[in-house]
Design a protein around this ligand. Sequence first.
Ligand code: ZN
Length: 211
Amino acid sequence: MTTQRKSPAEVAAGLKLPPNVSFRRDPLPGGIAYVFRHAELGELGRLCVTGTASGETCVVTEIAGDEREAMFVQRRAILEPLSHEIVTALESIRGPSSTPPPPLAAKHSMPGGTIPVEEVRCDRCGALVALLVFAEDAIDPGRFEDVARQMYPHYAVTTAQTYIIGPEQGSMPANFRAAIMKVWPQREPITTFTPDQFRLHVTSLLTGHCR
Ligand SMILES: [Zn+2]
């Protein structure tokens, strides 16, 4: 390579990242993906920087998750300016690109591994009342969001109250508890429940169903 243009890696290294945002590099065929993550929003998406045969650099922004999902807009609001910054930085070196940056593409990421889900059904009518997602990896807000994003296709087709349940905390039964986030059909903040409190809560959903 004899060009003087800044490499995408140099451009990425010079990015001014918003608070709580970090990124890692993943190799791609013919390029590299910069995968951005927010401490509270989880994975935001990635910028795929690839070279074309004619020597142009192509930057595609992929926002993580389903665009109908509640947090998609927030992920896009952080990722889009970063994408523009990279595109502008690359263009400032080699002049405007003859082709405009490709449009944003929503990325439908699949769960990395199996996340156990328990279905709670009404014992009278059999309706699905609740989905309990047991997410051992959900140890901070960002990872709760990762699970909410990954499981969206699963719960969004239901009317079931959906809860993401973090790992059990506590050293003995008397102080067992878990951080739990309701994500569907309305989102609620992460709340800590004891097993008894949560069992009571789920029971209350079943009591009075279809009667
Ligand atoms: Zn019922």
